[in-house]
Design a protein around this ligand. Structure first.
Ligand code: SF4
Ligand code: SF4
Length: 337
């Protein structure tokens, strides 16, 4: 196992900065404790004690991204349109991602990279993902919202990471997961170590066995869903904050009367307009219908279709819900029912 002393971390980030934008969790200016992954500059304080409000998925699937620009022009009698696809030219490295976020990248990879017909081969996602290095900080503690131990590997998940740092006295043990991680761990900033990995966080657990079927059995009990979604504001934070949620919308924005861009933006099934049809009919008119869909997608439809949960137990949707909704309460209620 390799070891990096704490005092070498800045040097590591500076090395990474030579050919990539380094993203690290930082308290957002003018807030008390809102942490977001933001570009790191030498001297910036990295905050690893608090949970980031948003996951690292924005580095591969940005909240808003221009896919291409277009311009109309006249060629003789004919109107033509020129299209220029936006290409990513910059590498990125994320420092102190969490295992639950890194693991969710692998779920997104299967949806956006596979190209088999069951998923996209998305050139924008592919470019961003290929240009991203993920350095994960393993969790040795957790808060009451975390429930990653309910899932395979829990806090010990290595999927999606290139290099994993384990906090130990005086620095971090470093475990390389990918070739990129091995290259980094071979840098002269690291040294060999016989230290043992620290014990990792053990979170509270929920029972997920047979949950998919239990959700289907409860589908028509709308009173149950009204009770579980009570107070939901349909704000969509739970979807935006989720490392595994990946819904998006696409629309054109004109920049002049002859030119504009096509953009992809995050969307959320918790929004009323998400399923609103042009006739005015909405098959999910109440927050209860939308909350039911969100949970059933994550814990029933997605596992049935793809063999994995669309949740890593990061706890963000619990920590940040303004209405105090907690997916674990629903899971427990279904288990008891
Ligand atoms: S469950 Fe909470 S976070 Fe999600 S849309 Fe409703 S109020 Fe917002
Ligand atoms: S559903 Fe909630 S706990 Fe699960 S990964 Fe998404 S935000 Fe995290």
């Amino acid at each position: 196992m390799r070891f990096i002393p704490e005092e070498n971390i800045t040097a590591l980030l500076l090395r990474l900065s030579e050919n990539a934008t380094v993203w690290a969790p930082q308290v957002v200016r003018d807030t008390v404790n809102t942490v977001l992954f933001a570009p790191w500059r030498e001297g910036a304080e990295i905050e690893t004690g608090l949970y980031s409000a948003l996951p690292v998925k924005g580095l591969v699937l940005p909240a808003t991204e221009r896919l291409f620009s277009f311009r109309y022009h006249r060629a003789g009698e004919r109107e033509k349109i020129e299209i220029e696809v936006d290409e990513l030219r910059e590498r990125a490295a994320v420092f102190a991602a969490r295992a639950c976020d890194a693991k969710a990248l692998v779920t997104l990879d299967a949806l956006f990279l596979d190209g088999s017909g069951r998923s996209y081969n998305d050139q924008h996602y592919r470019a961003r993902r290929g240009a991203l290095t993920v350095i994960t900080l393993a969790c040795t503690s957790c808060d009451s919202a975390c429930f990653c131990s309910s899932f395979e590997d829990g806090a010990a998940a290595t999927a999606g990471s290139d290099l994993i740092f384990y906090p130990v006295s005086g620095g971090f043990l470093a475990e390389a997961v990918s070739a990129t991680g091995r290259e980094l761990a071979a840098l002269d900033l690291f040294q060999e170590s016989n230290l043992e990995k620290p014990p990792l966080a053990e979170t509270a657990k929920v029972e997920l066995a047979r949950l998919g079927q239990r959700l289907l059995d409860k589908f028509d009990d709308i009173d149950f869903w009204r009770r579980t979604a009570e107070g939901c504001l349909s704000c969509g934070y739970c979807s935006y904050a989720c490392p595994a949620c990946h819904c998006f919308n696409i629309f054109d924005e004109m920049e002049s009367d002859r030119a504009g861009g096509r953009y992809r933006c995050w969307d959320a099934c918790m929004f009323y307009a998400y399923t609103l049809e042009s006739s005015g009919h909405n098959p999910r008119p109440e927050a209860a219908h939308r909350y039911r869909n969100r949970l059933a997608h994550k814990f029933s439809y997605f596992p049935l279709n793809r063999g994995e949960f669309l949740c890593t137990g990061c706890g963000r949707c619990i920590r940040g819900c303004p209405a105090g909704r907690d997916v674990r309460d629903v899971i427990k209620a279904l288990g008891a029912g």
